[in-house]
Structure formats: C-alpha cells, structure tokens
Design a protein around this ligand. Structure first.
Ligand SMILES: Nc1nc2c(c(=O)[nH]1)N[C@H]1C(S)=C(S)[C@@H](COP(=O)(O)O)O[C@H]1N2
Ligand SMILES: [Mo]
Length: 558
C-alpha cells in the first residue's frame, strides 16, 4: 500500500485536530455497518427475533465451533459465554466495517461488495438455522442494501470533486508533507481530494459530517425501534398470567436438618433459586414461546399419536411435584453447572404409555423450538421415577431461560440427553436411525450423571485461622449419597456430617468442622453412593460423557 503514513500524526499542528480522510472513511464504514444492523433489527422486529443477523450469525458460529474451542469458551466465560460471543461478533463486524470504509476510498465497488458479503453471510446463516426459513433472510438483505446506500452517501460527501485548485486540505497534507508518492490506485482520488481551497474543504467536511450524522441517526432509530418491536414476542406477561398450583402429589417436605446452608456461610442452598439456576443452551437470545400457542406432539413408533396443549398437561390429575438436581455434562470437577429445583409436571411414563410405544423404539427424540434435539433412551424415560414433562419450577411457571412453557426432566441423566427446554416434539425412534445435536458432535449417546462431590467453603483466600467449617454438596442421582469424606493435607480421610436426606434424586449437603492453622492447606473430597461405589480419583475431562476425579482445593489461611 502506498499510503501507510498516519496523516493525523504526521500532519502539521493545525491539522492535528482535523479528521484525516482515512479516519473519516473508516467512520463511514462503521456507520454504514450500524445502519445495516439497525435496519436489520427493525425488520427482524416485524418477522421475528430469530431472523436478526446478530442472532443467526452467532448461532451459526456456536454450531460450527469445534468442541475444544467451545469447551474453552464455557470454562473461560462460563455463563457469560453468550455475551462474549456477541461482543466478539460485534468487534469482528466493526473491524470488517472499518476495513470496508478504508477500501472504499480506493474504490467504492469494494465497499459495496464488502457490505453485500456481510448481508450474504447473514442471509445464509438465517436460512441454514435449524428453524430458519427464506423470510428470515430479509433483515440481512434489506439491512445490507440500506447499508450500501448509506456508505455511498457518506463516501460521496468525502470525495466531493474539487471546486478550486489552490491549497491542500489540512488533513490530507500529511501525505504530501511526507513526500509519499501518490501511488497508482490513489492517483485519481488524490487529484479530486487534495486540491481544494479552505472554504471548499470545510464545506465538504460539513457535508460529510451531516451525512454521517444522519446515517448514525437512522442506525440508532431503526435499531432502537427494532428492539422495541421485538419485545412484542416477549412472553413475560403471558407467563405471569399463568397460575401454577401445587399438585395433590406434592413434593414431600424437607426433613429437619436437610438444609445446612442457613448455618454454614458459603454453602450452596439446598434448593437453587430460579434466578440463580445455571443456564446452558445453544441460544443467544432466550426463545420466546407463547403458552397459548404451545403444543407437543408425540409420534413416530407409537400406536396412538398424541398432541398436548399446556392446558391439557396442567389440567391432568397425574401431575407431580419433585425435588430433582440437574447437571450439565460440561461441568468440570468442582464446577457450578448443577442446580436443584422443585419441578412440577406430568410423568413421562404415563404419557408414553398412553401413546403406546412400539417395541424396538429405543430412542425418544425430542426437538425444541431452537431446533435443538435430544435423544434419551426410551427405557430410561419409562423406568426412571419422576422423569417428567415439567411446566413448574419452584412454584412458578418455568422461567423463559429454563424452557418455558414446558421442558423435560429425567433424574440421573446429564442435561444434553434428557432436559429438553422449549420442547415441542417427541418422536419415538431408534438410535440406529438418528443422532441428536450433541451426539452428532461426538458426545456419548448414553450419559448417566457421574457420582460427584464439591467443596463450596472455605474460600481459597482471605480466611482467618480458627474454627472453620468445610462444607459442600455431593450427588449420586437415583442412587443417593451414603458417605462423604474429606482429607486435609496428607491426613487421613475424615467422614463428614451429611445433611438429612431429601430423596435420592437430589444432591445432599455435607460439612466437617476444621480447626484451621495458618498457611497453605490442601482439601480433598470424595463421596460414596448408596450402592457402595466410591467416587473415582481418576481424572476425566467433560468430553465425551462427563468429568470425574476428586475435587481438590488449595486454601490459604491467614
Ligand atoms: N432446547 C434446548 N434444550 C436444552 C439445551 C439447548 O441448548 N436447547 N441444552 C441442554 C443442556 S446441555 C443442559 S445442561 C440443560 C440445562 O438446563 P438449564 O439451562 O435449565 O440449567 O438444558 C438442556 N436442554
Ligand atoms: Mo449440558
């Protein structure tokens, strides 16, 4: 490139405050991209939030991300992984837009092509989403078209032909001042650009700033209006209007001593608040499913195809309420991707019995509105007590981010093979016939939750010596926890006190008093389930069927 000198720094002092032409071109690129995104949001507001280019491109990126990168994102950003993705996508878009602006200085066709590519990527991502259709390409296409118009309008102001031919534009003087040869492509431009009088220059600059300001205004208004209109898809009000009753077959009251958290600061509460519950799914925005439009079809290898509305499910007389812990397979040793709630729903076994599962249909394939699929062994759906289609969570309708209006819960199986949120379809099929979302990506077909224990307290740093409590939770779903042991430094295993048991499908808290001396200590925990299985020390990463190993914590006591 012939023109690599930063005119802003090389120019004489008087020009230092002025906007160099290239800076303005870069701004034009970024503003044009903002116009494209804003207009696209507005149209997505008319069509549906799943057509927003940021959402569809982000979704496509999530789907295409190789597993190690995804694991890295989950472990690095945790539940902020989606925010990280959006920020990352926007940074990329604006870097691209900046380059488009600069290249438009050479040739406007590059700018046009650049924004067109930008629109094409959005349109392609939109149609190839699992739930995408051709209409979903509109926001990207129209957004890109308006973005191109905006870019051309701004560039036209930036490249006003000369009015007179005396003097040079201060902000462009740097190129000349440094004696850089005006290279090939830029020759024509420079003839137009650098030879102007002061008056013409300031007028041109004013024209550019007016055009850019107008475009930025269009971006803000369309983007803002789009975001507002998209709120009409929001189901918060419809959700608030639903009344979730405690069913006759309610969860049993917790026995005394089941929840040690009130007495042990830092210990995970027995029941996780809905607002605190971990969230893992493939979506950038939370799917909004209208409870009145919702229905679930049970079909495939069944004798009776059935369809249920939410009212059908809520009105049944076999509704149950149960305390169940659910866990993500991506949870690392000692990780927080687990939570316990009081779920209300209809036993899966009853629904499948009514549908009449044909023999040989070994897989229940469920599909959600986000296009996500989960395969669950039919046998587990029938055999595991309290496997259910849930519509209530801790006395409320399911929160939108946890699958409103209906999700599946199967105690003892990792979420990706059991916990379909926003479920709309249930097909009885075979494992030979189809793979679900994560099994297509090589995670195991069968994924029972592994025996696990975690130390929640004390904290690693900032704790003073004295009488402390080591405490945490352990889970061995459907088998139950029999024992938790803690090892302090190289000492013997000491048996911790277990909280009273609620049920074998829920985690169990434990605690061990510790007279802590100053210095560095290593705490290790292991659990034993009610079948006598001792938690393995052998370390395994989450892929392909869940992490294992003892949770070890280094604490520094002051
Ligand atoms: N529709 C849908 N359901 C889904 C997922 C998803 O991406 N989409 N993720 C699954 C995974 S991997 C887990 S661990 C659980 C998490 O449920 P939670 O977010 O309510 O904790 O939801 C499961 N159900
Ligand atoms: Mo998960």
């Amino acid at each position: 490139m012939p023109c690599v000198i930063d005119t802003g720094t090389m120019a004489p002092p008087r020009a230092a405050s002025a906007w160099p032409r290239r800076a303005r071109a870069a701004v034009a690129g970024v503003v044009a991209a903002s116009v494209a995104l804003g207009v696209a949001e507005l149209i997505a507001g008319l069509i549906g939030p799943n057509s927003s280019p940021v959402v569809v491109v982000g979704g496509a990126v999530i789907d295409a991300t190789p597993r190690p990168v995804k694991d890295f994102a989950i472990t690095t950003f945790g539940e902020s992984d989606k925010i990280a993705l959006i920020v990352g996508t926007l940074v990329l878009i604006f870097a691209f837009a900046l380059a488009i602006g600069l290249l438009s200085l050479r040739d406007r066709r590059i700018g046009i092509a650049g924004i067109a590519v930008f629109g094409a990527v959005g349109a392609l991502a939109a149609v190839t989403r699992p739930i995408g259709d051709i209409l979903d390409t509109l926001p990207s296409i129209v957004g890109a078209m308006v973005g191109i118009v905006a870019l051309l309008a701004m560039m036209a102001q930036l490249m006003q032909p000369a009015r007179t031919s005396s003097g040079g534009e201060p902000s462009d003087a740097g190129d000349e001042a440094t004696g850089q040869p005006a290279g090939g492509l830029l020759d024509g431009l420079r003839q137009n650009l650098v030879r102007r009088d002061r008056k013409g220059t300031s007028m041109d600059r004013r024209g550019f700033f007016i055009a850019t300001g107008l475009a930025a205004g269009v971006a803000a208004v369309t983007g803002g209006a789009g975001t507002l209109i998209q709120r009409r898809f929001n189901v918060d009000d419809a959700r608030a209007a639903l009344d979730i009753q405690t069913p006759a077959d309610a969860a049993t009251a917790f026995p005394a001593g089941a929840d040690l958290a009130p007495d042990v600061p830092g210990l995970t509460p027995l029941t996780t608040d809905n607002a605190e519950f971990y969230r893992v799914d493939i979506n950038i925005t939370v799917p909004q499913v209208s409870p009145t439009d919702w229905s679930l079809r049970i079909h495939g290898r069944v004798r009776n195809e059935l369809t249920f509305t939410l009212a059908d499910l809520m009105g049944r007389d076999d509704v149950i309420e149960r305390d169940i812990t659910i866990t993500c397979v991506s949870n690392t040793v000692g990780g927080k991707l687990a939570g316990s709630a009081r779920w209300i729903g209809v036993p899966l076994r009853n629904l499948l019995d009514e549908a009449g599962v044909e023999s040989g249909a070994d897989q229940v394939l469920t599909t959600a509105v986000d296009g996500f699929t989960i395969s669950t062994p039919t046998e587990d759906c029938l055999r595991i007590d309290n496997a259910m289609l849930a519509f209530g969570m801790n006395g409320e309708p399911l929160p939108p981010e946890h699958g409103f209006p209906v999700r599946m819960i199967v105690p003892g199986l990792y979420g990706y093979v059991s916990a379909t949120k926003w479920i709309v379809d249930m097909e009885l099929t075979t494992f030979d016939a189809v793979d679900a979302y994560w099994t297509q990506r090589e995670w195991d077909q069968q994924a029972p939750i592994k025996l696990a224990s975690r130390i929640d307290t004390p904290a690693s740093v900032g704790v003073a010596a004295g009488e402390l409590m080591i405490a945490g939770v352990a889970w061995a779903q459907t088998r139950g926890i029999a024992k938790v042991e803690v090892r302090i430094d190289r000492g013997d295993w000491q048996e911790a006190e277990l909280a009273a048991e609620t049920n074998v499908q829920m985690w169990r808290q434990w605690r061990l008093p510790w007279r802590a001396g100053t210095g560095q200590h290593t705490l290790t925990v292991r659990a034993t389930d009610q079948n006598g299985e001792v938690q393995t020390e052998e370390r395994a990463e989450p892929f392909p069927n869940g992490a294992s190993g003892w949770h070890t914590l280094q604490v520094f006591i002051q």
